[in-house]
Design a binder for this molecule. Structure first.
Ligand code: ZN
Ligand code: ZN
Length: 139
């Protein structure tokens, strides 16, 4: 009886070694997988051009409420009062933030040429790395 148990232990130990060996050999492929992941994080999603501008939240100059504008060509209608603006009036309104079209987070936005354009020129999502760029055509 004791001999059988010892044999069983010997077999279990043997199997253990068999499993451990491929795991140890896995160090190489694991490193490769890590570098592949690094590559994936540097290629983020993004768009450029005013037509592809992410949805915006503007401040209503009449009531101070938030006006959502789903895309750059939508009319800007305040849902809280009677104020209505055309999309061309976008630069005259106070931009609160842009909304990430991928994950709906609030985006960080800014300007690159505040001396020549009074308009948002880039926006980045810190949550999913989506990036939007105005990309002016310089002449
Ligand atoms: Zn309003
Ligand atoms: Zn996002």
């Amino acid at each position: 009886m004791a001999g059988r148990i010892q044999a069983l232990i010997r077999v279990t130990k043997h199997i253990g070694e068999q499993v451990a060996k491929p795991l140890r050999r896995g160090d190489g492929p694991n490193k490769f997988r890590l570098s592949a992941m690094d590559t994936a994080t540097t290629t983020y999603e993004g768009d450029d051009g005013w037509a592809k501008r992410p949805p915006a939240i503007l401040e209503c100059p009449r009531c101070g409420g938030e006006i959502p504008q789903h895309n750059s060509r939508d009319d800007i209608d305040c849902p809280h009062c009677v104020a209505e603006f055309g999309y061309r009036e976008f630069p005259d309104l106070e931009l609160k933030h842009l909304t990430c079209p991928v994950c709906r987070s609030e985006m960080t936005h800014g300007q690159r040429h505040p001396e020549s354009f009074d308009i948002v020129e880039w926006a980045t999502c810190n949550a999913c790395r989506y990036h939007w760029e105005f990309k002016h055509s310089y002449s």
